[in-house]
Design a protein around this ligand. Sequence first.
Ligand code: N01
Length: 603
Amino acid sequence: MPWRARRAASEHDFEDPGSPVTLWRPLRSTIFFCLGGNPHKDKARLVRRGIDRPISWPLTSDARFAKEEPPVVDLDVVVVGAGFSGIYAVHAFRSAGLSVKAFEAGDGIGGTWFWNSYPGARCDVESKDYSYSFSPELEQEWSWSERYPAQPEILRYLNHVADRFGLRPYIQLNTRVTGASWDAGSASWTVTTSDGGSVTARYFVSAAGCLSEFQVPDLPGLAEFDGPWYHTSRWPKDGVDFTGKRVGLVGTGSTGIQVAPEIAAVAEHLYVFQRTANFAVPNRNRPWAEAEERAFKSRYREYRAEARQSFLGVPITGTGRPVLAEPAQDVQRLFAERWRAGGGMPFLGAYTDLLVSQQANDVVAEFMRDRIRETVADPDVAELLCPRGYPVGAKRLCQSDDYYAMFNRPNVSLVDIRSAPIESVYPGGVKTTADAYDLDALVFATGFDALTGALFAMDIRGAGGVPLRSAWASGASAYLGVAAAGFPNMFLITGPGSPAVFSNVVLSIEQHVEWVRDCIAWLRAHGHTTIEPAADAQSAWMSHVSEVANATLFPRADSWYVGANIPGKPRVFTSYVGGCGPYRAKCDEVAKAGYAGFALGGS
Ligand code: N01
């Protein structure tokens, strides 16, 4: 096995009148970017488990429990993870009067932004967008220092949010959720944790993240390497000093492209081992001026309202026209303008057809390759850095102000491991089929077992003890990306089948958490104790997800979007690329119809 896990639309209508869900028409033209008692009796047990308030769930409303003493559940909700999703889930559920506890594996909150502390880590969504919108006060009082926020600032922000809303008592750090199993008798989940504990809850909510299970290639000899090696997603908190060192970097995705210039600035020599060249647009990062911030904040509410209805969770303005119908000089002028302004979303959102037509995509790809050629001095290196063989945007579009120019430094070498793959690691370096490179340290920016990795890392067992891993053996499947058939009372924040990874994920997280919170409140108000997607509703949704995706170029690259980076993983594109606004409308419609497509129990 070449890998090991460390730690571990078509243009046609999609309408199925026989289905409990009626989905709407995903037109190619609309894809402009495609982008739980008895609290007194069990008080001692609750206190022992650190849960300080009795649960309030009206279990007695369930006829199955009417004859006997009602079963006790410790909590209303267990949340897995304390990143952007988990932090907001704790706040939202608590504010709705639910008892909640989150377990977080790290020794700090922040999720992705706790773990990925490698030098150069920065968000590629602007700070004004990549922040919570639920609190106008928070929005006004927090000041971002830069257009694109760096990892330390995002982590400070998340810690501020946890303190401001008093969330820390409800988050247990240093505790990994190891398993969760559904018990139909008590209509509850038993959740086990790495500290040997267990807790029961009416609802199990995974906020474990889409990109948390990191992957290191299983290179022969790596264990015998004399120097240190690192994965960018588990960067030492005290930092790493590469001064005067010969460093090898494997991986040239969003992460590799960010970390490389930082290492090159101090290392004696940096060898970038590139298997696939990637497209990167400039950030044009800059400080956020006070006057600009003040002006923007005066219309923050209107801006957020627009963002929620937008395709990507970020309002962007395109021409509304296909590139192929435009005069070539106008196209070059607009691309040049957007290249100068920086940012990936406005760039690929410039025309309606860039992500649905290969011919149109070729236009933008060639524009980008020309920018590489004019930046990189050595034409051979420039050609090697020019991505080919997949559409721009089908792998996550990277952003960097200095990656390509870095290759003009005398202490940086690009090593093509597509034509001459890495064969092995020896104590003093890395050997490819063509050459050997003596190294003092190795850095892996080799990505994640995305979307399902963090879920499969827990032993989740639903109705009848069926493992999630088995239920999803041929690919992840979730109704609206938020719940899975066979797994009652389990909710996924930014799960497969949702737009999460194709959106400003913070707004997607808020939408999911609020939908789940409102669903639980509705279930309580209507005396239901269980909810689970109907299998046909789920499969109709996932067919819709595929149909929309297949009308775009997104599935056409070997990327983590389709699971191609994990050997043996079913190749399925499970993200919803029909847009955040339409997705939100669909979720609201399902809720308004009394949770159409879900089977409800306990009334
Ligand atoms: O991971 P990736 P990432 N031998 O999977 C290479 C988000 N993010 O951590 O393309 C040699 O994209 C692999 O090569 P190939 C963002 O959503 C956001 O960079 O498979 N090479 C590729 O070059 C992003 O998409 C931000 O041929 C191997 C690289 O490793 C997601 O996280 C910043 C290899 C992996 O690229 C993941 O990005 C960072 C092997 N055996 C991340 N195995 C921002 O907000 C893999 N590779 C800016």
